[in-house]
Design a protein around this ligand. Structure first.
Ligand code: PMP
Length: 427
């Protein structure tokens, strides 16, 4: 596979962009080798600057659930662009997207649109603190909630990949307000809540962890958290930036029947353009300026192009059979991966909820960051490159999810599984 143009661009990029990339995991640090520079994408396919084609299972880290450049999304964005790209004044589009979100997530009685998941989480935490008049927050090891100061403690995603437990640049005074517990460990949460009685503003989690690879919630974990937070007047925040409109139209909260006080969304609701959203109980959200004193604002918030892409995406997702189709594709993918690994004698632990899944290179079950970390990341790196060489684009880290889209065909999944068979055998 020829990669000379990507190599040249990477070299050029590294001269002035830290690590040559604008988001760390893109640099392939944990799997080695050099990133591919993408020139375009269509459906399930990525095309790089050297003319190579890949079946893409990263999907821009989740948003492209309809595949790349979905015709209805592109047509809507083109039309919207002709009407102007930003007004700094309200639009009907924003109201429509908020209505669509609330219809899918009834717990989001009021919604504020922002421009990224990071911004949405940061703002949700601020309003949770404003509402409870408490400072301490609790998050889980291996969960990632964007890169705002308070949330970088023991975080997943690139921090897990690169082995950065806590980022320099975050004052200790800030970090001391963040407690962390192992995912799926309700006992540990109970102890922390007891030890910090009356001080916790909120507990935030990915209701299905996706940023240490996919780790589903243990039975009752979410409902136990709900009970505990209600008992102690602590707000429960679901970060559904990945799971929202991914595992079901109504997200993980509809799947597990647990209602948080606040929800954070991103990725899919922007259809591949920059959007985030946070929302929840009316009495909490009414504290946000200009209704209330908790300040949060944004020049490009509710941007007409991004909101248009979101509306077009959700409109497609509302169609009949979309999620059963995704489920069938992902089930076939996971089953095939399991069979191929077994045949090659490679121990693999697989996790999956709907169209997000991870194949961990470990024989032991995974339930939290400690167990996930047992995975053989070197072996994953070798597997990753064997797949890439065969035109299959997986996440360049063991601690990320595989995503499927409605554009992945059975033939492409079969091709991927044949590639995986060969890759497993060669490990
Ligand atoms: N929360 C979760 C669960 C995420 O997966 C991410 C991004 N991967 C974020 C928050 C941050 O979103 P963004 O990258 O848009 O800032």
């Amino acid at each position: 596979m020829k990669t000379t143009r990507s190599a040249k661009l990477f070299e050029r990029g590294q001269q002035l962009i830290p690590g040559g990339v604008n988001s760390p995991v893109r640099a392939f640090r944990s799997v080695g080798g050099q990133p591919r520079f993408i020139s375009r994408a269509k459906g399930s396919r990525l095309y790089d600057v050297d003319g190579n084609t890949y079946i893409d299972y990263v999907l821009s880290w989740g948003p492209m659930i309809l595949g790349h450049a979905a015709p209805s999304v592109i047509a809507a964005v083109r039309k919207a662009a002709g009407r102007g790209t930003s007004f700094g004044a309200p639009t009907e589009l924003e109201v429509s997207l908020a209505e669509m979100i609330r219809e899918a997530f009834p717990s989001m009685e009021k919604i504020r649109l922002v421009s990224s998941g990071t911004e949405a989480v940061m703002s949700a935490i601020r309003v949770a603190r404003g509402f409870t008049k408490r400072d301490t927050i609790l998050k889980f090891e291996g969960c990632y909630h964007g890169h705002s100061d308070y949330l970088l403690a023991k975080a997943g995603s690139g921090l897990a990949t690169l082995g950065i437990p806590d980022s320099p640049g975050v004052p200790e005074d800030f970090a001391k307000h963040t407690l962390t517990a192992p995912y799926n460990d309700i006992g540990a949460v109970r102890r922390l809540v007891d030890n910090h009685r009356g001080r916790l503003a909120c507990i935030i989690l990915e209701p299905i962890a996706g940023n240490m690879g996919v780790v589903p919630p243990a039975p009752d974990f979410l409902s136990d958290l709900r009970k505990l937070t209600l008992e102690h007047d602590i707000l429960l925040i679901f970060d559904e930036v990945i799971t929202g409109f991914r595992v079901a139209y109504g997200g993980a909260q509809s799947l597990y029947g647990v209602t948080p006080d606040l929800t954070v969304l991103g990725k899919i609701i922007g259809g591949g353009l920059p959007v985030g959203a946070y929302g929840g109980r009316r009495e909490i959200m009414d504290l946000i300026a200009p209704s209330g004193p908790v300040y949060q604002a944004g020049t490009l918030s509710g941007n007409p192009l991004a909101v248009t892409a979101g509306i077009a995406t959700l409109t497609k997702l509302k169609g009949r059979g979309v999620y059963t189709g995704l489920e069938a594709r992902a089930a076939a993918f996971a089953k095939g991966m399991g069979a191929a690994a077994k045949k090659a004698g490679i121990p693999l632990t697989q996790t999956r909820v709907g169209s997000m899944l991870t194949s961990f290179f470990t024989a032991s079950p995974v339930r939290d960051w400690t167990t996930v970390k047992q995975s053989d990341t070197q072996r994953y790196g070798r597997f990753f490159h064997k797949m890439l060489d065969q035109g299959i684009y997986l996440a360049p880290s063991q601690f990320e999810a595989v995503f499927l889209s409605t554009a992945h065909s059975s033939a492409e999944i079969d091709k991927t599984l044949r590639a995986a068979s060969a890759a497993f055998k060669s490990l």
